[in-house]
Design a protein around this ligand. Structure first.
Ligand code: PLP
Length: 335
């Protein structure tokens, strides 16, 4: 049996995905497909690392070992051809918390922050909660999401945008932005002095023949005005361990980020985050390769189902992520 065929009942385990379903959607017997949280067990390497830690039974404060940085550096190099040094890595409890810190570090209250629409909803929430202005640029929705560069440029100028939060690969559209698209955005932001936060949490879930380009690899100058956020948590289904990375090569951007991180006492990370991330990056490669094959089959299955049974609902096969965008617009004519 394929390891991913195992059905694990996660109900009554305080799972956000399963145990908030009824209260949120006011109905019984639903299947939760609303959050990027898989029902697969983590790689064996991660489970073993946790077991070894549990066996000692002592859960005191921990320091962050160099071996974690080594694992991150080598994953980025091998998987994404991205060179990052230890001193360019900051650790934090999550990508969303890092977006919040970026908003605080790189903008002032009232400043405009650009995001795409649609995009992962916490982007807008974080901006609003920090009393900044959300500016949205629509993604065209023909047969796949495409950026409207002319609109982005107009909004950057009109609203005096200070920060752009990019989602690459894109949630919910499943696009992997091409190197050319990234260059276009980068050049635009460079021209108007807009800082970029690139959320790359879905970077490892990309389906061949698509390839992922990390933002700072799109052009050597982009590291001067951008930061990259990622984590092992989406890739290896470890969202509960609360651990993520921030890659900052520009020293001014790094100092500004570290300052708010310290002000908020957010520069300490969870021990399970250290252990899980390190074990996943060191020993999870084969698991991930098998997962990608498995997810590809799931996508084909769902796609074929809709084509056959519900052809009016437009379905796009994602280039990346384990999310699928279903267009129910056809139903509006039935109202
Ligand atoms: C684009 C994107 N960013 C961030 C997150 C959440 O990251 P974290 O749990 O590290 O805050 C998600 C979760 O689905 C996501 O899709």
């Amino acid at each position: 049996m394929n390891q991913f065929d195992q059905i694990i009942d996660r109900r009554q385990t305080h799972s956000v995905k399963w145990d908030t379903l009824e209260a949120t959607y006011h109905s019984k017997g639903l299947l939760p497909m609303w959050v990027a949280d898989m029902d697969f067990q983590a790689p064996e390497a991660v489970q073993t690392a946790f077991q070894n830690f549990l066996n000692q039974g002592v859960f005191g404060y921990t320091i962050t070992p160099d071996s974690l940085y080594d694992a991150i550096i080598s994953w980025q190099k091998q998987r994404h051809h991205f060179d990052v040094k230890k001193e360019e890595i900051l650790l934090n409890s999550g990508v969303v918390p890092s977006i919040a810190l970026s908003v605080q570090a790189y903008t002032n209250p009232g400043d405009a922050v650009l995001i795409h629409d649609p995009v992962y909803p916490p982007f807008a929430q974080v901006v609003k909660e920090n009393h900044r202005k959300v500016v949205r640029s629509q993604l065209y929705t023909d047969d796949k999401f495409v950026m409207n560069f002319a609109e982005m440029e107009r909004l950057i100028q009109e609203e005096n945008v200070k920060l752009f939060i990019l989602c690459n690969p894109h949630n919910p559209g499943g696009r992997v932005w091409s190197k050319e698209e990234l260059q276009h955005i980068g050049n635009l932001c460079k021209k108007y002095h807009v800082t970029i936060v690139s959320d790359e949490i879905h970077q490892d879930i990309v389906y061949q023949p698509e390839t992922f380009t990390t933002f700072q690899n799109a052009d050597p100058s982009f590291k001067d005005f951008s930061i990259v956020l990622t984590a092992a948590t989406k890739t290896f289904n470890l969202a509960g361990i609360k651990n993520s990375m921030v890659f900052i090569k520009n020293s001014e951007l790094k100092q500004a980020f570290e300052k708010v991180q310290k002000q908020n006492h957010q520069n300490d990370i969870n021990t399970f985050g250290i252990i899980g991330t390190q074990a996943a990056y060191k020993g999870g490669k084969e698991w991930l390769d098998e997962l990608l094959e498995y997810l590809k089959e799931n996508i084909n299955y769902a796609y074929n189902f809709f084509q056959k049974e519900l052809p009016n609902i437009k379905v796009r096969k994602p280039e990346a992520t384990y999310l699928m965008w279903l267009d129910f617009f056809c139903l509006s004519s039935l109202r």
